[in-house]
Write a protein that binds this ligand. Structure first.
Ligand code: CU
Length: 383
């Protein structure tokens, strides 16, 4: 009994601690703009779209970008990002997230409040009622079987009651994704994320944080509000479809990072030499959602944000085509691999028969420098 209680405490505490810690809430779930609404007139405009040599019959334009290469979907301040002065979790847009949100708000927090107040009242009662002045000759009672059974049994029952939804949630988070899931591989680097879509051809993305206008040389791209909030906007968003199971696989090139997306209830460590996996389904809520690396990974740990653009499966398919990939099960489309912005080494139509793309963990670490890349003794002076 006691062991079960202890195990439950550890589990419950772990879940509570593991929750995304951004202080925020989402009072007004405004509708996020949908990329479907936006037409994509100019095919050759995407910045990454350096037209490859091969025939590009009606090259597919990136449906998430406008003609000048800027994102079409603007973030909504009340969705998928921290908000000033608000407490609680972000609005959750996955089934696991909604269940966790319910567990936290309806079970854990009220229970903690009730127990804390109960203990406070007991303490106050003992302090006042049994102080020396009020109780000059204290009782010498040392055992009371009835009360000992109660104070052992009641906590055990409470912990069992918590453990049931807690373990259910834990299991749901690590349920393997079905075969038709969209696989996203996120690779942590000091200090940026790279992404691969191994089931969709040779799509590779590199996402760097966008700097402020005052921090870049004239002519360089800088962050605007259309990209996202300061320190969260990136130059390449990850694009994922809603309503489809997503298999997230993480790894890292150098040190341990962590891919964390509060609105998805996802936080998964990215460990060099290892693949971690989780799965989730995103609700039909297109828009832009932000997260951050959540494992202290060096001097610029705070500057490797994550931005996910959630789109409809149709837009996702167009985006995959614009990146030179192809949807699993689609007929081989050799010309599509020549589309731009991707590793041009892909052989035409190789997505189906070639195995997974190059495993990041197979490559040697990109650096032999210390994690901060600063000379020893200098601390984190540079960036
Ligand atoms: Cu990191």
């Amino acid at each position: 009994m006691r062991m079960l209680g202890l195990t439950s405490i550890v589990l419950a505490a772990g879940l509570a601690l593991g929750a995304p810690v951004h202080a925020q809430n989402s009072a007004a779930p405004a509708a996020a703009p949908t990329p479907e609404a936006a037409a994509t007139p100019a095919a050759a405009a995407a910045p990454a779209a350096a037209p490859a040599a091969a025939p590009t019959p009606a090259a597919v334009a990136d449906p998430t970008l406008d003609a000048s290469g800027h994102p079409l979907t603007k973030p909504v301040p009340t969705i998928g990002q921290p908000q000033d002065g608000l407490f609680g979790l972000q609005e959750q847009i996955t089934p696991n997230g909604r269940e966790a949100h319910w567990f936290h708000n309806v079970i854990l927090v009220p229970l903690i409040v009730v127990i804390s107040i109960f203990v406070l009242i007991l303490l106050a009662w003992v302090v006042v009622r049994y102080r020396r002045a009020a109780n000059p000759t204290p009782s010498r009672t040392s055992h009371n079987t009835a009360i000992e059974i109660v104070w052992t049994l009641v906590p055990v029952l409470i912990l069992i009651a918590i453990a049931v939804p807690s373990i259910k949630l834990l299991a749901a988070q690590f349920k393997p994704a079905p075969d038709n899931a969209v696989t996203l591989k996120a690779i942590g680097n000091q200090w940026f994320w790279t992404y691969e879509y191994p089931d969709h051809g040779d799509i590779k993305l590199t996402a760097n944080m966008l700097k402020e206008q005052s921090e870049v040389a004239p002519g360089q791209r800088y962050r605007t509000d259309a990209d996202g909030p300061r320190l969260l906007a990136v130059d390449q968003r990850v694009v994922l479809p809603y309503g489809v199971p997503i298999r997230l696989v993480t790894t890292a090139q150098d040190v341990i990072h962590s891919w964390a997306m509060p609105a998805f209830w996802v936080k998964l460590d990215a460990v060099p030499g290892r693949l971690n996996e989780t799965s989730f389904i995103i609700d039909k809520k297109p828009g832009v959602y932000f997260g951050q690396c959540s494992e202290l990974c060096g001097a610029r740990h705070g500057y490797m944000p994550i931005a996910v653009e959630v789109v409809s499966p149709e837009v996702f398919a167009r985006w995959v085509a614009s990146k030179g990939g192809k949807m699993p099960g689609a007929a081989a489309a050799p010309q599509s691999t020549t589309a731009a912005g991707n590793d041009a080494s892909a052989e035409p139509g190789n997505a189906a028969e070639a195995g997974p793309v190059v495993n990041a963990t197979a490559a040697p670490a990109v650096t032999n420098k210390p994690a901060t890349q600063n000379p020893a003794g200098l601390g984190q002076t540079g960036n």
